[in-house]
Design a binder for this molecule. Structure first.
Ligand code: FBP
Length: 550
């Protein structure tokens, strides 16, 4: 029986491209740049992080001194899968070995819980080789356990000490990197002798800022979804009988929907951040969709494609208010909710504690949506938006609206809808060349930060629209990205999530073109990710990155 697919075997041979600074280096030295401040709420964040607040930015220069005594390093994959995770680990491994062949790497299994429960394996060359340029996080597994309590930190430290681990790399999204920052602060405070380095992971593309151009995984995941959307659009154009409502992962931010919209040019791309800015109600959104359906029906085109970001519901002002109240109420009534088994009783329990305005909206929602809104929050207190069936809610409401328009004689078409949800399809895809290179370079950068003695930093690689040889590896203080947000009923210092910037080029480009795309079939068909062939195709970058850097 074969162990690896033909594509995997070929991809094992792929050598990720590296920034020039990392090629044939004998040693590296860290260059300290300007001191930093947090993005907002400086006084509050500084108070919480006296040891790691205000650290300088780090860049690297080649040095002739061979780096460091041999050291043991640990690595954790945290949160949702993202293409490129295995390459961060192989880049980390190769980077550590390049700096001292006696360096060793240990992976904690199943996410942050592996550190606390002391479940680990040493990652040797043979293991690493079997995962190079592959999708998935299965080399060590991932999990969503939140590292936040001093007891967890102390237990983790005991396990790290037993393995003589001097540095730990946490590969995760904004919340996991926030916790990496808290851990770095604590270990520095108690002089634990363990450095903590974060790595920006998430398909959602919301872990980006002035110093982090994009998280790894966004490129591949959006390419997979865009292939599927293109195929569906062509099916719609061929059969001419369905409106496809496609919900896309991405949590609160609409980066994935925007990127896929730019890549495939569907009839409608909803952007949550715009909905919030314009203060659109659910009925407004339904009306806008229905108007486009009517216009297309007048031309005899009873088909189309609508993209819906999974976080939409959180941005509709009246729903946002409701969700905020629900978050507080659910935190207060956690114990009672735990004991209550029947859904209708759970609904009644939370409804009784809501304000008058919120309760009337809550009770007006279809029961399945009302239930989905009170499902358990994730360990970081986020609503699990991937489990709210917004696409079905919109289809039902649009159908009702079209019925009313038909009765008035305004709509003469036929509405038949299909719903889809794309998320898990893209999270473990084999990384595109971009993600394979970028993730590998991030791993190498983490190794460079470790061997130059840094802690409390996120590995960053910038200048990403240039050829990889010109990419610039950096260390960005975790505290620099923090601000204060309300979580589970408390004010907390967290890494700020990047939402779609409505003034920036990616959104502006959608805005300039969408009226035309709404009424015509201007669909683009990006096709599957290509790993071999002309570089213009294999190494193409996201529209978002290209437009942001134009
Ligand atoms: P991360 O923030 O951990 O990278 O998660 C990405 C994501 O895929 C979101 O887009 C989605 O809402 C969520 O994970 C789904 O979570 P789960 O894997 O627990 O179902």
């Amino acid at each position: 029986m074969e162990k690896f697919s033909l594509l995997q075997k070929e991809r094992f041979k792929y050598k990720p491209k590296l920034p020039a600074i990392f090629v044939h280096q004998k040693g590296l030295q860290a260059i300290e740049g300007e001191k930093t401040e947090s993005v907002a709420d400086q006084t509050f964040v500084r108070k919480l992080f006296p040891e790691t607040y205000g650290l300088p930015l780090i860049t690297f220069e080649k040095s002739n001194t061979l780096s460091t005594e041999p050291m043991n390093v640990g690595v954790i994959l945290s949160g949702g899968q993202a293409p490129g995770g295995h390459n961060v680990i192989s880049g980390l491994y190769d980077g550590l070995k390049a700096m001292n062949p006696k360096n060793r790497l240990y992976g904690f299994l199943g996410g942050p819980s592996g550190l606390i429960e002391n479940v680990y394996k040493e990652l040797t060359g043979d293991i690493i080789d079997a995962y190079r340029n592959t999708g998935g996080f299965d080399i060590i597994g991932s999990g969503r356990t939140k590292l936040e309590k001093v007891e967890q930190f102390d237990k983790g430290l005991k396990n790290l000490k037993a393995l003589k681990i001097k540095a730990l790399v946490i590969i995760g999204g904004d919340d996991s990197n926030t916790n990496a920052g808290i851990l770095a602060e604590y270990y520095k405070k108690i002089d634990a002798g363990v450095q903590i380095i974060g790595c920006p992971k998430t398909i959602d593309g919301d872990l980006k800022n002035e110093r982090i151009e994009i998280s790894f995984g966004f490129d591949t995941a959006t390419k997979v979804y865009s292939e599927l959307i293109g195929n569906i659009a062509r099916d719609a154009l061929s059969a001419k009988k369905y409106w496809h409502f496609i919900k896309l992962m991405g949590r609160s931010a609409s980066h994935i929907a925007l990127e896929c919209g730019l890549k495939t040019q569907p009839n409608i791309t909803l952007i949550s951040e715009e909905v919030e800015e314009k203060g659109l109600t659910l009925l407004d959104i339904v009306e806008n969709i229905a108007n486009i359906i009517v216009t297309r029906a007048d031309k005899g085109e009873n088909f189309g494609v609508v993209l819906i970001p999974e976080g939409l519901i959180e941005f509709i002002p009246e729903m946002k208010q409701l969700i905020q109240e629900l978050n507080e109420v659910m935190a207060q009534k956690a114990a009672d909710l735990e004991k209550t088994e029947k859904q209708e009783e759970k609904r009644a329990l939370v409804a009784a504690a809501l304000s008058e305005k919120a309760v009337s909206l809550y009770n007006s929602l279809p029961k399945n949506i009302a239930d989905q809104l009170i499902m358990d929050r994730d360990p970081h207190g986020n609503v699990q938006v991937s489990r709210i069936e917004t696409e079905k809610l919109l289809i039902d409401m649009v159908r009702e609206k079209l019925k009313a328009l038909k009765e008035k004689g305004v709509y003469k078409g036929k509405f038949s809808a299909q719903n889809h949800f794309f998320g898990y399809e893209g999270r473990c895809a084999a990384p595109s060349n971009f993600d394979a290179d970028y993730a590998y370079a991030l791993g190498y950068t983490a190794a460079a930060l470790i061997t130059t003695g840094k802690t409390g930093y996120m590995a960053s690689v910038r200048n990403l629209t240039a050829p990889a040889s010109e990419w610039v590896p950096e260390g960005v203080p975790l505290t620099m990205m923090m601000n204060i947000e309300r979580r589970q009923g408390e004010d907390k210092a967290v890494i700020r999530k990047a939402l779609v910037d409505l003034k920036a080029k990616p959104f502006k480009t959608l805005e300039q073109n969408r009226d035309l795309w709404a009424v015509t079939a201007s669909y683009l068909y990006p096709g599957p990710i290509q790993y071999f062939g002309p570089e213009s195709v294999t190494d193409q970058q996201t529209e978002t990155l290209k437009l942001e850097h134009k």
